[in-house]
Ligand binder design. Structure first.
Ligand code: SF4
Length: 337
């Protein structure tokens, strides 16, 4: 078997490590198809562009696959639990690699390549975690980590005599020095920030909002849209059944307007101010409180009455309220994240 006739699937995250792992596989002469999975929780602007640019630099085709709906089950019920935020890293890796295995079969490829580095991340890249992920994904020795390959048990290409142990690298730990040097040497310029910030589930504010939503609504009741809305605005819990989301600037107001279906939309009528949404079951009293909070962020004096329109489905009604004073303790107490 010649290397040129053997194909690999490479997971490209938009970060440097996966680009280097792919580059090394390519330099060894294997055919490579890059793949990036979009989960709906990814961060980093232009990530897809970066992945495509990496593909272009390396001269390989890249597939961008949307797996957001399927990925929700990983976030809702991770078998191996969450990390410091609501990041289910082990389950996430297993999920991605199972998808990569499907693609491997579809593309007639023989193995899967990732940019994982031994000891780089505490939850998902220590030795036992790498082994577990290989087993649980069903890839076993078809999962190759070129950057740490010399430090890990032999994988399929090595067992087949297609590569020697020393063809792989022996990078481990958190330092990026060797990776940056290799990027310079191999002319890889398009890559995002270190993968630590690749996903919003790691972020403290988002994680707090997600925990709150799981506690009050239950993970299975939440739709893709509900998960997305947790990224935007200020979130305040009015009761176990109701929540208020207030836009913080014009852009966010426009974004929130897109989430208005199925929620009550509040907008000041006579003064500039935020778009706010109330979701869940709300009492009359809670709706007035929500309007007072929204009015607190409008351009109105503290004693000025603010008129707001509340609209939902085909109905609208007008509310006239005094803004909640900025030092009202409820503002802090109700805040989520
Ligand atoms: S940080 Fe990375 S591995 Fe962990 S859950 Fe997020 S995308 Fe997955």
């Amino acid at each position: 078997m010649e290397r040129a006739h053997v194909k690999a699937i490479a997971l490209l995250s938009g970060g440097l490590d996966s680009a280097l792992a792919t580059a090394l596989t390519r330099r060894l002469g294997f055919g490579v198809v890059g793949v990036n999975f979009s989960t709906g929780f990814c961060t980093g602007q232009g990530r897809c562009d970066t992945v495509l640019a990496t593909g272009q630099t390396l001269g390989i085709p890249v597939r961008l696959l949307d797996v957001a709906e399927e990925y929700l089950s990983v976030v809702r019920h991770p078998k191996f639990g969450y990390g410091s935020g609501m990041n289910p890293c082990l389950d996430c890796r297993i999920f991605m690699l199972r998808k990569a295995r499907e693609l491997m079969e579809e593309e007639g490829a023989e193995f899967v390549v990732t940019g994982e580095v031994l000891g780089q991340r505490p939850m998902s890249q220590h030795y036992r975690a790498l082994k577990l992920v290989a087993e649980e994904s069903g890839l076993g020795d078809r999962l190759v980590r070129p950057l740490s390959g010399r430090l890990l048990p032999p994988t399929w290409p090595e067992k087949q005599g297609l590569v020697r142990r020393e063809d792989w690298l022996d990078i481990q730990g958190r330092s990026r020095r060797r990776q940056l040097a290799l990027a310079r040497e191999w002319g890889i310029e398009a890559f995002g920030q270190p993968a630590g910030g690749c996903c919003i589930l790691l972020e403290k504010t988002y994680a707090a909002r997600l925990r709150d939503a799981f506690a009050h609504r239950g993970p299975d009741a939440m739709t893709l849209e509900d998960f997305a809305l947790l990224r935007h605005g200020r979130h305040l819990r009015l009761s176990p059944k109701a929540k208020l989301i207030v836009g913080r600037d014009e852009t966010e107001n426009a974004v929130l307007a897109g989430f208005a279906k199925g929620r009550i939309r509040l907008e000041p009528l006579d003064v500039p101010g935020p778009t706010a949404l109330v979701e869940g079951e709300v009492t009359e009293e809670e709706l007035v409180l929500a309007a007072r909070i929204a009015a607190r962020y409008a351009d109105a004096g503290p004693d000025q009455e603010v008129r707001l329109r509340a609209s939902w489905a085909e109905e609208t009604k007008e509310l006239k309220v005094r803004p909640l004073p900025p030092d009202d303790p409820r503002l802090r107490a109700l805040r989520v994240g």
